[in-house]
Write a protein that binds this ligand. Sequence first.
Ligand code: GLU
Length: 484
Amino acid sequence: MSTPVRTRFAPSPTGYLHLGGLRTALYTYLYAKKHNGTFILRIEDTDQEREVPGAVELIYKSMRQAGLLYDEGPDVGGDYGPYIQTQRRDIYPKYAWELVERGGAYCCFCTKEDIERKRKEAEARGETYKYDKHCLHNVPLEEAKRRIAAGEPYVIRQNVPTTGKASFDDMLYGHVEVDCDTLDDNVLIKADGLPTYNFANVIDDHLMAITHVTRGTEYLSSAPKYNLLYEAFGWTPPVYMHLTPVMKDATRKLSKRYGDPSFEDLLAQGYLKEAIINFIALLGWAPKDTTEEFFSMDDLIRLFDADGLSKSPAIFNTEKLNWFNAEYVRRMSPEAYEAAARPWLAQVLDPERFDLSRLCELLQGRTEVFNQLPGMVDFLAKMPPLDTELFVHKKSKCTQEIAKEALAFVRPLLVAVPEWTESALHDAVMEAIPASGMKNSQVLWPLRIAITGRAATPGGAFEMAYLLGREETLARLDAAMAAL
Ligand code: GLU
């Protein structure tokens, strides 16, 4: 029997869950679920300077909202905990010292100033700086131990071989190999006793029995060094899947710094979580043998496979996301739509004053993103300033004079309508038009402009009149006639 699949999403709590991170989390989840494996959340917080307060809680919340439920993690437990790296701080030095004893690492006492000076010298010579193994060659282990016991600050560095090759296997990039002499001796344990990411990820992936590591291509160049650590310990490395970044355009990554939205932002703007997930899943992955574009989480689990991953960076296209969202909105039940739309509508109108289900019926097919709703209906609550130029409509041959005539014609018809329903309004007006000498559009266009003040509305003149009610419709009509 093959080893059970265990994958992990390992964010650093440096802010919100950005969309590239969400996609990594999604693929990591899908891979585990597809193979009946275990999906783990691990918080990588050893770089305490970059930690943002509240970010860990936001990660838990976003993962739940996205439906990426982890089987093991800080707030759900599991047999391989703790799942927060700072809570594992005692584990790492033990392994680092084991490596020191094996010759795979060494203690380094060089100060920041020493390193900075050497870096500058190397740069002045036009070389890429790399630690020169000074302490490996000049500080024997016994002396190192004495200096440490005397309280001298130190770090532990990886002892990368100076010859030979380091390599790893990636599901997308295949066998990747680099010359060891191009690799730097990374710090594994910092002066504060905490591990660097470079060390902690290896120790934790091993101790948590991770079989597949999914992460961004920014780690591609470090992966050979991680494998040297696995080798030095005599451990089996995981299988890697390095994912291309999600880009804003051809040159720059999505980034909060430039105002690109996070997952939370998109939810707050009124995107549906299912639409976001569907859209994100297809940023850099495509299922084989189908042209279908709509996938539920269950579909994704069934279809996901690493062969469908792309090596070209994915571009985040807001129009495409909006299109997906509109499609998902259209597929909602009327009840679900109304429940989702209500808070947005309530921002600008009193939901009790209007026939909300009728309004929602009109809006559902026109909704791309829920945050557009207030701007689509605010005229119902309050008539916007009327621009009489709007009455002019070339195609309908409508002028301000015709509009004036049309409104005068239509007003008594509305007054006489027995019951204020869309069909009664429709019948009363449409039956009278032929005798008026005007075209339908020469009446309906001015009527709609007069009572809404807008060229674009979520329905026609009768629907808008019905929603506004008799009194408000007639009042707006009178005001428009006075303005013309
Ligand atoms: N903590 C790393 C990050 O947030 C994750 C890298 C990994 O998955 O190994 O970028």
